[in-house]
Design a protein. Structure first.
Length: 384
């Protein structure tokens, strides 16, 4: 099932900020995924706002990821400019997801749909990897909403969607007071418009949602190995060390293993042998550590691009966690570090980050949101 962040914020054209600015603000607050919804604006204005948001995301390392609501035509336009959105959400009256999949540039986007009753949530288009379900209750953001389904209906829908390997996203009138109950009945993520906009601190609301979801949907299985993926400077090594005593598993850093076996620093391996040779050494070291039994495996930023490693990790049944730090925060930590060969140029650093976001985004996210590694580890381990 597709892992999603615990909250899935949606833009609101009735607010004074432009849609592109709303997306920027949400990204800066720590949200890795935002839905662009431009209802109420003419199509030209929607396209201008979407293009601005996608360009800003691309220049900022692909953060936040953006899902386009309803408008497959805008998603195709964006893709034609090299700004393919992460996803496309299609309602029951929109283009069928399987047909949208055939459109140029949309071959690999994540497709979602909305479901409102058993006839819809029990037979979702196979092109989708997640689906909204609701509304939980009446909502002012959608005047023509379907009949509210309540928690009982939400639980039934979550079971049906999970049976199809689809991530259930609760929609419709959801507030902070609903988060715990929704996660308890099987919701993977909560779509919110007003609750996020009204929050004194959207980042704190996201942290609370993450904490509540972990309490009932533990991201790590007791005794199983853990793999940490994410960008350079995202805090993987610090989190691995903080988790070590709490999970009772040894922390193993792949780059350290490579450096020890090569008898030189990672930067020297890059200089002497090139990045390709380093990636081969990195994959070999990670596979060796994987074969030594459960541990907390701290991967380098590019290691998760190895298909051989991803397949081996999945066969082993280890939990894979994406330390989803904001790229600008990571850059501030690693800029010009001579021991990090890909941190010499901010532009190149962010371009690499953007290239890797898709692979990371399908792993279970761990959102630091300004918390210390110890606080993050305590919350994670407390859920196991």
């Amino acid at each position: 099932m597709l892992p999603l962040p615990p909250l899935y914020p949606i833009t609101d054209a009735s607010r004074p900020e432009s849609l592109a600015q709303q997306i920027r603000n949400l990204g800066e607050a720590g949200f890795p995924l935002v839905q662009f919804r431009g209802k109420g604006l003419d199509l030209g204005r929607q396209w201008a706002e979407l293009r601005t948001a996608l360009r800003a995301s691309a220049e900022g390392g692909g953060w936040p990821l953006i899902v386009v609501n309803d408008r497959a035509d805008l998603a195709v336009l964006a893709a034609s400019e090299g700004l393919t959105p992460w996803g496309l959400h299609l309602g029951q009256s929109d283009l069928p997801p399987a047909e949208a999949r055939r459109l140029p540039g949309l071959e690999r986007v994540h497709l979602g749909t909305s479901t409102h009753h058993p006839g819809e949530w029990e037979a979702v288009d196979a092109a989708c990897d997640h689906a909204g379900v609701g509304p939980l209750r009446a909502t002012p953001s959608k005047a023509d909403h379907a009949q509210p389904i309540g928690l009982e209906g939400l639980q039934q829908a979550c079971g049906a969607l999970r049976a199809q390997d689809l991530a259930p996203v609760a929609i419709g009138g959801i507030g902070a007071e609903d988060m715990a109950a929704c996660f308890e009945v099987g919701v993977a993520s909560l779509a919110m418009i007003g609750a996020v906009a009204r929050a004194a601190s959207p980042g704190d609301l996201l942290w609370e949602a993450q904490r509540l979801r972990w309490q009932v949907q533990a991201p790590v299985r007791p005794g199983a190995g853990v793999v940490l993926v994410g960008g350079s400077g995202s805090g993987k090594s610090a989190l691995a060390r903080a988790l070590e005593p709490r999970l009772g598993l040894p922390a193993r850093e792949v780059d350290q293993r490579v450096a020890r076996e090569a008898d030189c620093t990672v930067a020297e391996v890059f200089r002497r042998q090139g990045e390709g040779a380093f990636r081969d050494l990195e994959t070999s070291a990670a596979l060796e550590l994987l074969g030594q039994g459960p541990c907390i495996l701290d991967l380098g930023a590019g290691a998760w691009e190895s298909e051989a490693l991803r397949s081996a990790v999945h066969r082993a049944g280890w939990s894979v966690l994406w330390v989803a730090e904001r790229p600008e925060v990571a850059w501030a930590r690693v800029a010009q570090d001579p021991e990090r060969p890909l941190a010499a140029s901010q532009k190149a650093f962010l371009a690499r980050w953007r290239e890797r976001m898709e692979a990371w985004s399908v792993c279970n996210p761990v959102l630091p949101l300004g918390r210390t590694p110890e606080t993050l580890a305590k919350a994670l381990a407390g859920a196991v």
